[in-house]
Design a protein around this ligand. Structure first.
Ligand SMILES: [Zn+2]
Length: 232
């Protein structure tokens, strides 16, 4: 009898397990730890639900408890997080490149599809796209061997006047921010020079593509630029 496709096998993690593991991974990357409170906020669920799920994830070998710090992914938890992120980012790029879906619209569909798509289909999408390294928002795509391409940059909000660099990555969480950046002509790969950082939370003034752009502070905090030098 033929094997069922891998996304129909019962040993594949459920969508909610995958979402929890992804949230733990992101919180660990951003804050160095994932507490019950942070997870409940990130996922919009009750603290009691988080506690219950963490017991399941611990029993399944995906997380360890850290006293006073919440939980930490085990190696198998990290492997699962990277598999899900890989599916998510490849799907975003596929939707963007092949269907022409705008960068502010791909995230939501990828959030759903990432749980349903089979590993076989993901391998085909990866090959079709030429084994890409970055998604439409510049986020590194975890590779099939479990490595994550390195991305070194600095937030635009932290760049001193005179800093020059290319836009490497923008946050994919807020479609309105992505539309705003697109309206201003800010895209991945754009060369920018910081002209001024206004005080007291004021905007960041940029020179890019021959014109000046005033970018609000909250937006500048979500744009990563390279630390290399500018082209003349
Ligand atoms: Zn996304």
């Amino acid at each position: 009898m033929p094997n069922p496709p891998d996304n129909l096998r019962s040993d594949r993690a459920s969508a909610s397990v995958e979402d929890y593991i992804k949230a733990v991974y992101r919180l660990q990357a951003e804050h160095g730890r994932a507490t019950t409170r942070d997870l409940s906020q990130a996922l919009g669920v009750q603290m009691a639900s988080v506690t219950g799920m963490m017991k399941q994830l611990h029993a399944a070998g995906y997380v360890d408890h850290k006293p006073y710090q919440g939980v930490e992914l085990t190696p198998s938890g990290e492997t699962l997080a990277l598999r899900v992120l890989r599916r998510h980012r490849l799907l975003e790029l596929f939707l963007h490149r092949t269907l022409g879906i705008a960068w502010d619209e791909v995230h939501e569909d990828a959030e759903r599809l990432e749980h349903a798509v089979s590993e076989r289909l993901i391998a085909k999408i990866d090959a079709f796209l030429g084994e890409p390294v970055f998604d439409p928002h510049g986020a590194p795509i975890p590779q099939n061997d479990g490595t994550v391409p390195e991305l070194q940059g600095r937030l635009l909000s932290d760049c001193p006047p005179g800093h020059c660099g290319q836009v490497l990555q923008v946050s994919d969480k807020d479609p309105a921010l992505l539309r705003h950046l697109a309206d201003l002509g800010i895209r991945i790969g754009l060369q920018v020079r910081v002209l001024d950082q206004a005080p007291f939370g004021g905007p960041v003034r940029l020179q890019a593509a021959g014109r000046q752009i005033d970018l609000g502070r909250q937006a500048a905090e979500r744009v990563l630029v390279s630390v290399g030098s500018c082209e003349p």
